[in-house]
Write a protein that binds this ligand. Sequence first.
Ligand SMILES: [Zn+2]
Length: 263
Amino acid sequence: MSNTGSFAIPTQLRRAFGAARGFVNAALDLALPPLCAACREPVHGKGLCPACWSKLSFITRPYCERLGIPFVYDPGPGILSMQAIADPPAYHRARAAVRFDEISRALVHALKYGDRLDLAPMMGRWISHCGRELLAEADALVPVPLHWRRLWARRFNQSAALAAAISGESSVPVATGALKRIKATAQQVGLTQAERAANIQGAFRVPEDGKAEVAGRRLVLVDDVLTSGATAEGCARALLRAGAANVDVLVFARVADPGRTSI
Ligand SMILES: [Zn+2]
């Protein structure tokens, strides 16, 4: 009896267990229909059940051409919101597919914390639709980066997953090395607008080897949610400092009244 023989058995066993686990997972996928990302009811397709779907609040015109915040009434073409005039952002335009509310929050959380990466193509499709004017003029997509430590813990970046989906819809490439998060910022949840801005200060940088992806180019920053705009502002400033010709912002959901709503 040789040593190689005794080592071969555990390897084969491991393979057998691996195959069995794969089979069980596949069987479970067949047996259990996918769940609605918002209410956890079984759904036939993927994503949302019809009831939750009907409650999603898609953002359509009229909205502020700069910030993409929906207007209650139509003030006429090209009119900007008071917020855009009083405190204009570094980025040029922002667009969001839906309002941030109970249903869109559930989708965002399922994608971000629930490992529901299967939602990204659907969300990316909606974002591509609302941002088609911005995408038509864009050279590249830039997902808002996570700090490497958070990426390590979560295993994926939800903004990168959305950017990949948008790229698939629009054929605009993703500039993967354009932006780095160099500061592990505290979670923005529960912070005031001023605290968010301070929290994000100096958090993003275009690395030396990412400058070619940025200089002179029209970029679209991609994130899941736009709340106070502090993250988008920090990213846009870093990209513009590195010579970007234009920075627009595309998100899945935006808080329609950043002064009052928190996430
Ligand atoms: Zn539902």
